[in-house]
Write a protein that binds this ligand. Sequence first.
Ligand code: SAH
Length: 502
Amino acid sequence: MADVYLIGAGPGDPGLLTIKAKEILETADILVYDYLANDEFLQYARPDAEIIYVGKKGGDHTLPQDKINEMLVQRAAEGKTIARLKGGDPYVFGRGGEEAEELMAAGLTFEVVPGITAGVAAPAYAGIPVTHRDHTTSVCFITGHEDPTKEKSGHNWDVYAKSESTLVFYMGVKNLPMIADNLMQGGRDPKTPVALVRWGTRCTQESMVSTLENVAEDAKARGFKAPSIIVVGSVCSLHDKLNWFEQRPLLGKGVVVTRAREQASGFADILREQGACVMQFPTISINPMPDDAEIRDAISGMDAYDWVVFTSVNGVKRFWTVLEDMGLDTRAFGGRKVAAIGPATAKELENRGIRPDFVPEKYVAEHVVSGLLERGVASGTRILIPRAKVAREVLPEELRKAGAEVRILPVYETGLNEQGPESLQDKLNAGDVDYVTFTSSSTVDNFFQLLPPEELKKHLPKVKLACIGPVTAKTLEGYGFTPDIQPEDYTIPALADALASA
Ligand code: SAH
């Protein structure tokens, strides 16, 4: 093992981290990261890892480079394994080379994990291949902001200008007028296409295309800011044709997800896939029951039931936790029939080797009962329902009406997650929120316990409210709001689709 890993975190899209980088983040004792590296990577860190932010935004250095070097050396010398995470690639305008030299000089070992550099990725996500056989035979990575302490510039503008290379400038937005002038003076055609890509590969990506003669003015008029990559060359003319990423329907839209963190990832992934900037605001926490005795009892006596009906992913997970604690496995179900309310619950069961005998087409209790009756549930049928401690009673009541003997088995409790209302408030005030999504009545109730309804009202109609189904919508209406979006199917993918086509 090396003492320090200099890791490229890629340009921002969390999926563009390498597998090797992730593996190191998962094991390192200390994680040192920069402004540009996406915060999402911190979730890979060990829970007990020390996380150190060393900043670097424009000139405002939280910690100067020599202090960063010193700290890396000192902490590594203490015997800790350090993951030093940098935006893009550590050796492309990342000062990774300097850090490596310091580590060498201190007799420490290091390894480099290259990352995807913004100069390639940001153009790619803006429909610009940095090389293309019909356009250019080379590409040049150039700093738009030289070390100000240098006596003589290292730039040879005439060479850049006369080359037919694609020129990719990092850190160049402030110096854009100078860059454009120098290239034109050196003889580059003023009509050469130029593209700017800001926050490339992130949900906040923006891009613009202009020409060498107009770009400084156009960028200023649009208020185009750092961090941006500037691309000069005829490949920029492909932007309109190949611009796949910016077509995503929810690109740049701020979507608040109120589900419990344990449940949110599937929904968040679908939304991100559509381009959304997902803001997790888990209103619910999912807690095990204080005591397993009742669950164990039900599991030991499983033979006494004809059907087991799972109503949620969490129900399946908690049930299996206890089942496994008891040293049992899926065979404990023996000849029981199993129902899953909804495709996600069904999948969770399938992952454990159980293919449900019944998954209703509509995912509300009323429709479930008729489906179960069609499948032979009748007077005297014994049904076990592992579920949350507090939940709607419609399903058990209707089944009892049909003569079934129903046992409700609370396998988890939900509580109010009190973390983070201030951060949501800030995001609302900053105008970053476009949609708030509610995926159950309890997300609605909990949301308004954390954020007073009047607060949300202030942000309407800019902020749109989306509900998964009619029951959730009704709860929302109880607080005086009308849902703007509601899918036909009461599923998470359908809700995401409804947002995308809103
Ligand atoms: N090591 C990094 C570059 C660091 S220099 C890399 O390999 O990508 C910082 C500059 O990189 C910024 O000023 C900007 O020009 C560019 N940059 C980094 N991330 C970017 C992104 N997501 N979108 C556009 N430009 C980015």
